[in-house]
Design a protein around this ligand. Structure first.
Ligand SMILES: [Zn+2]
Length: 137
């Protein structure tokens, strides 16, 4: 047997409050994140959008998967050296890498866990200045 709520609230009214409250929460959340990371606005710049398009046009496949001989479409442009708010590193095409979302998320998770990227250059050297083998140089 169905149990009625103690007070009747019209369905439309119940639903109405929710999205607004969520939107407001999201808006405040975004604002806090922008404050913590002002470089989030870098992603809105035209120069980035063009650089991103150019990278994905140049290399439409995920480079991490490609290195394992697998063909997966890239949807994200990753920064080989974490830019940490440095516009030059952010926008430098040499620092851009095509990645699928899966690879990008695991790269980002690793950087967040370790505090540095383990990306290597063609000589096998770690390229992130924050990597332990590069510190104090
Ligand atoms: Zn991938």
């Amino acid at each position: 047997m169905a149990v009625n709520p103690p007070f009747y609230i019209p369905r439309a009214k119940r639903a109405a409050g929710k999205p607004t409250a969520k939107r407001e929460r999201d808006r405040r959340h975004d604002a806090r994140r922008r404050e913590a990371n002002p470089w989030r606005n870098f992603y809105k710049r035209k120069a980035w959008q063009q650089a991103r398009e150019a990278q994905l046009a140049k290399q439409p496949l995920c480079e991490r998967h490609l290195a394992r001989g697998e063909t997966v479409a890239a949807t994200v442009v990753n920064h080989r050296i974490p830019h940490r708010g440095d516009w030059q590193l952010f926008i430098d095409p040499a620092n851009h890498e095509s990645a699928c979302k899966h690879c990008h998320d695991s790269i980002i998770q690793q950087i967040e866990r370790l505090g540095y990227s383990t990306e290597v250059n063609e000589r096998g050297e770690y390229i992130d200045p924050m990597h332990p083998s590069n510190r104090g140089r």
